[in-house]
Design a protein around this ligand. Sequence first.
Ligand SMILES: Nc1nc2c(ncn2[C@@H]2O[C@H](COP(=O)(O)OP(=O)(O)OP(=O)(O)O)[C@@H](O)[C@H]2O)c(=O)[nH]1
Ligand SMILES: [Mg+2]
Length: 319
Amino acid sequence: MRNKDLAIFCWSIVIVYLMVALTFIWWIFSSKPLNQEAAVAAIFMLSPVGMLLFEPIRERLEDSIDDLITSACIDKSVYRILIFGRHGSGKTTFIQTAFTLCKADPRIISTKYFEYRRFRAHLHKKELQLDQYTDVAVADYKGQEPSQVIIDSSKDFFGPKGNRVLNAIIFIVDLVPRKNDEHGNPLNDESLLEWLKNGNTLNKIKERVEEHNQYINQASLQLLFRSLYSQNLKSVIFVINKKDLIERLIDDGYLPTNFRDFREYAKHLFDRMIKNINEACTQLGIEDFSNNDSWVFTVSAKSKDESCPLIVRLLKTRS
Ligand SMILES: Nc1nc2c(ncn2[C@@H]2O[C@H](COP(=O)(O)OP(=O)(O)OP(=O)(O)O)[C@@H](O)[C@H]2O)c(=O)[nH]1
Ligand SMILES: [Mg+2]
């Protein structure tokens, strides 16, 4: 039974119960002379029966009332974006650079809990055909725990089940994993490049791609969209991150490729995933992604010059 049907069912039981109870009480008090034993019996009977009836459905009712209130109160003028991707792919870094003017913190550590941040994006009026700014909320989570968004989806951010308000999903992948030193601190770019160059570079990249394929695939896409899709979800984009590292590998001659540029190379590696996202979007009628591949981006999330334009492009779809 769907949530809405269940709520209607629960409400019907409560209403029927109240009608029976009221009729019963009316009958006791209207009978002359007042039937005192019946009154005591009725109170005695009705309270445990009521408790029994209410007990299993109380939680449902509370939930449905809570959902109604959340739906009514949630600010629908805010553009809501979820960034979804495997741990270490650069979700938090991307959010930092895309919405702020500061440089990404190189000591960034793995996110622990689901959280969302609100930004007021000051964007060019002419470019966006919007007001001078637009309010945006972006959800971040611990990549190792996709359940933080798929199962325990925060109502405050996504809206209640059946009334989701998410507007966009950014899928993010990379070609280089996060590596830590012996003290658990993330390696800096130089050490990471050293690690990549040492041994079979191509295999290391392929292994990382495979890790992403295990994370974003037909099954996880189905779960994600099933949980969060609604008519409000209009845009899906795909971001391949850490372009700076791969370009340096190519420049240093560690990555001979037959492709024209990094974008072609990276797109080729994620062919299957892009196809899967494309199929899911086509089925749901999310035209942005299903129409063409201009929604596939290669960036260095550390650089705001690369992440900001992507957000401008995304927000354009609102107009
Ligand atoms: N060189 C380079 N490093 C990057 C880039 N983007 C992110 N990183 C680094 O990659 C590591 C992981 O980035 P995070 O932003 O923490 O990744 P996350 O997806 O939020 O990870 P979780 O919170 O664990 O899910 C950090 O050490 C970043 O500094 C990039 O574009 N270039
Ligand atoms: Mg993070």
